[in-house]
Design a protein around this ligand. Structure first.
Ligand code: GLY
Ligand code: MN
Ligand code: MN
Length: 482
């Protein structure tokens, strides 16, 4: 009878775990296949060692929300801290049979879980993530492994910024144990000569770029969702935009939409800058209390859905109508972007062909035509960043840039930023435009993923005329008694 009840309890606890999680995460099979592919790319007789991301302190006893290291997540599916994963090129002999991968994770702990949330524990990792060899991180120190027998020990170098939590087996301990076992130069003796000569901190990154740069169907499904959610945020803001709103309020509408669709996080801090603030490429203060009706507002936001992040920028006129100068700059950026998107296909180089060859050329010629610069060769800072980057588990995702290939997901994001005081007619000052879209490279071209948010100037103006459900969402005044 007792056995029967404990079985029911186990059943209930597994059931409640499942009920708490959405069911559209990447599967354990996905992660296992990624480990297999990584193994295939590893050099002979090598081992690859990956560490979970550190827990970062925000202030006093509050930490930042934990975010797993994207490589670690990609290869394991494990979302908790204080863990180390090893992938072996060749089968290793163990007392319970051969294995070629092993993970050390944080142990179950009823008290800790009551405060900070559920842990998978060894049983969960074995069952849900398909690891045969899973151990508590407290066992890593005693784990018998002779790294000197490998031709190469592959890992990412350390930043030495991990806090000692004083808990046995934490990331601090794992790294210290690894350094000692692998012959990584110790603090007092940082000479290259003191390091084991099989340590390799270069190769792994190329392997991860090769793998993560080409998305699987399952990854594309998650990316599509992240991008769609972000675009709906952009479109809803276009309808809701009113002069007098604050930058932060605009940010809040976007992020409410993200949450409404169950996106866990923002893939990067939201950028919402009116007028001249838009000239700061990564402006994240979003502090302006009242946005001005005769300005534009630049909004660069990406929902993160199950780890995958979008990156979509729209720039719109606060009062719903582009002025002559705003439209001239906007349409120029649009043309540069549209031509670059049309040309994006396998075999093309982003920096050489799409940026220098198309987008930058169109922007420079356009700026000359508008009298903002004098010659197409003039060095200027009105378009100071690159044209695009891979997106995925990182907003600036790992991937190769030499040639586009089918399955790559990238952004195309030209911009023109003319700050107050720039060396041109002051009618252009404070105009900042970035248009950023996400595309998926296909066999013969590309697919625009971010098509739910209008990007043509006349389409934006049209959508901004529509009413918004937020028009009637009026909150009470904060001052008491009013
Ligand atoms: N949101 C950062 C970027 O566009 O790259
Ligand atoms: Mn971007
Ligand atoms: Mn962006």
């Amino acid at each position: 009878m007792k056995k029967f009840f404990s079985l029911i309890l186990v059943f209930l606890s597994i059931g409640s775990f499942a009920q708490n999680e959405p069911d559209d995460f990447l599967t354990s099979t996905f992660h296992k296949e990624r480990r297999t592919l990584a193994r295939e790319k590893m050099p002979t007789n090598s081992v690859a060692v990956f560490f979970a991301n550190p827990v970062r302190n925000r202030a006093n006893d509050v930490d930042f929300i934990y975010h797993q290291d994207p490589n670690f997540y990609y290869l394991s599916g494990y979302k908790e801290p204080h863990a180390v994963l090893m992938i072996f090129k060749d089968e290793q002999e163990g007392p319970e049979g051969n294995f070629n991968e092993i993970i050390f994770i944080q142990p179950r702990n009823a008290m800790a879980e009551m405060w900070t949330g559920r842990r998978m524990g060894i049983a969960g990792v074995k069952e849900k993530l398909e690891f045969n060899q899973a151990f508590n991180n407290t066992d890593f120190d005693d784990y018998n492994i002779d790294f000197s027998t490998f031709d190469k020990v592959l890992f990412y170098d350390f930043f030495d910024d991990v806090r000692d939590t004083q808990t046995e087996g934490d990331l601090y301990d794992l790294i210290a144990s690894f350094k000692q076992k692998a012959g990584y130069p110790t603090e007092g003796d940082l000479t290259i000569e003191s390091a084991a000569n099989n340590l390799d901190m270069e190769t792994l990154d190329q392997i991860m770029k090769d793998l993560r740069g080409i998305k699987t169907e399952a990854e594309i499904d998650l990316l599509r969702k992240a991008v769609d959610i972000s675009c709906i945020g952009q479109a809803e803001v276009m309808k809701a935009m009113r002069p007098g709103m604050s930058e932060r309020e605009v940010q809040g509408i976007h992020e409410f939409v993200f949450k409404k669709y169950q996106a866990e996080y923002e893939g990067y801090p939201s950028i919402v800058g009116e007028g001249n603030n838009g000239c700061i490429l990564h402006y994240i203060e979003n502090y302006k209390p009242e946005i001005n009706s005769d300005k534009m507002i630049l909004m660069d936001l990406g929902a993160e859905y199950h780890g995958y992040t979008a990156d979509v920028t729209r720039t719109i006129p606060v009062d719903g109508k582009f002025s002559k100068e705003e439209k001239a700059i906007y349409d120029l950026v649009y043309k540069a972007q549209d031509e670059a998107i049309k040309a994006a296909k396998p075999g093309v180089n982003v920096r050489r062909d799409l940026d220098a060859g198309i987008a930058r050329k169109i922007i420079n010629e356009g700026l000359v035509e508008l009298g903002i610069i004098e010659s197409v060769d003039e060095r200027h800072l009105y378009y100071p960043h690159g044209l695009g980057h891979h997106i995925g588990l990182d907003v600036h995702d790992k991937g190769n840039y030499e040639f586009l290939e089918a399955g790559m997901a990238i952004t195309i994001e030209p911009g023109i930023y003319i700050p107050e005081g720039a060396k041109c007619d002051e009618k252009w000052w404070g105009i900042a435009v970035r248009i950023e879209d996400c595309i998926l490279i296909t066999e013969d071209g590309n697919e625009l993923l971010s098509d739910l948010a209008p990007r043509k100037s006349d389409e934006i103006e049209k959508l901004m005329k529509q009413s918004s459900p937020l028009d009637s969402f009026v909150l009470p005044d904060l001052e008491k008694g009013k």
